[in-house]
Design a protein. Structure first.
Length: 389
């Protein structure tokens, strides 16, 4: 990422305020870049401002270490290869209006943006932080705080896109519809509250079609990035006179590189196997399959977010003193690579008895599991416990 492009004192300063759909994942182009390209094509004198420059970086491998239940968001990731732009922004993976409303004042005070391009609200409802009415109230507070620190800031405010329907998400779809109606109804009131700060709706939900343009039902794939940028460009042209013609989505959409993982390795452990491979830049996840050595039928296939897998035999029982083979491929949801070279190892199981006196203690966000080891004290050297809930 190159943030050294010259910026004139008269450049329009734009700050993108959003969640993961705006932040982007390592290897993405992001809709921010597509909007940047469009603004350059329209010969607008502008710069993006904000405290961050990168994308979200996936979690690093943690074999034999407990998970970090509250990891800091890593926003130093790179973009698609060849992307070079002044990429400053104020978007974070997992961000909510509830949280951002407390931070926006400091960012507006420091960077003094002329425009806020805001795309928030999904996580407030999807994560159960609040309902549509709560999210609208928090959005109102965010707007009020931003205006307090810059009374003439212009605001392009996006509605919330509808994710691809899945079983169990019917209530979320209803909440998003309700939120979008409340958002449109609230605009006139928010305009009246500060007439020096113009505000317009960005119709993202009408333009970004998750069923065809996302990679996981929510986050934009390459087409979705263009669609979101198009929605913002339309508002900038029609409502604010920034640019002359809205972004046109090209007929040819670039495909995400999907390379075959290299250096796949398997190591037998007392509980099963550790399987590792070199990380592929921009991989959204990986598929791993296993079989008994020499057999033609694969026993199982599983998905993994990082370039590691700890195989304990939960899905398919592992036979002791038996050779197993493993292959991995990159899975970018919309496309998969070929399978890697085969790695193999011979099992050498040595499992302790199950724990006794297991007790569970629920908390507001976590479940604490208390247990006592089985067998004579000191007889077993426990590497880790596996808990299935």
């Amino acid at each position: 990422m190159d943030s050294s492009h010259p910026v004139s004192e008269t450049s329009l300063k734009l700050m993108v305020v959003g969640d993961s759909m705006s932040h982007g994942r390592e290897g993405d182009f992001t809709w921010r870049f597509r909007l940047w390209q469009w603004l350059r094509k329209e010969e607008v004198d502008f710069t993006f401002v904000g405290p961050f420059t990168g994308t979200f970086v996936p979690e690093k491998p943690r074999l034999h270490h407990p998970p970090d239940f509250n990891p800091p968001v890593n926003h130093s990731g790179g973009y698609a290869k060849g992307v070079d732009f002044r990429s400053n922004h104020f978007s974070l993976w997992g961000e909510q209006t509830y949280h951002c409303r407390k931070l926006i004042g400091q960012q507006v005070e420091e960077y003094q943006p002329d425009y806020l391009l805001v795309m928030l609200g999904f996580n407030d409802m999807a994560w159960g932080v609040g309902g549509p009415e709560d999210a609208i109230f928090w959005m109102g507070e965010l707007i009020e705080t931003a205006r307090h620190d810059k009374p003439d800031v212009r605001i392009a405010l996006a509605n919330v896109p509808q994710p691809t329907p899945k079983q169990g998400t019917e209530r979320l779809a209803e909440m998003i519809d309700r939120y979008n109606c409340l958002l449109e109804d609230s605009l006139e009131r928010w305009r009246r509250e500060c007439q020096t700060s113009p505000m317009e709706l960005v119709q993202v939900t009408e333009t970004y079609i998750c069923t065809e343009a996302s990679y996981d039902g929510v986050h934009p794939a390459a087409l979705g990035e263009f669609q979101i940028a198009k929605a913002f460009s339309r508002t900038l042209v029609d409502a604010f006179g920034v640019g002359k013609k809205e972004l046109e989505i090209p007929s040819e959409i670039p495909e995400r590189p999907t390379s075959i993982p290299e250096r796949t390795a398997a190591e037998a452990r007392s509980y099963g196997f550790d399987v590792t491979w070199d990380a592929v830049y921009g991989a959204r996840r990986y598929d791993l399959r296993m079989r008994i050595g020499g057999e033609s039928t694969w026993l199982s296939e599983s998905q993994h977010d990082t370039n590691e897998a700890l195989i304990t035999g939960n899905e398919v029982p592992i036979e002791d003193q038996t050779e197993y083979e493993f292959q991995v491929r990159t899975d970018n949801w919309v496309a998969q690579s070929g399978w890697s070279e085969t790695a193999s190892a011979t099992s050498r199981l040595c499992l302790s008895p199950g724990s006794e006196d297991v007790a569970m203690e629920p908390d507001t966000e976590l479940v604490f599991v208390h247990l006592r080891e089985a067998g004579p004290e000191g007889h077993w050297d426990i590497d880790f416990h596996e808990v299935i809930i």
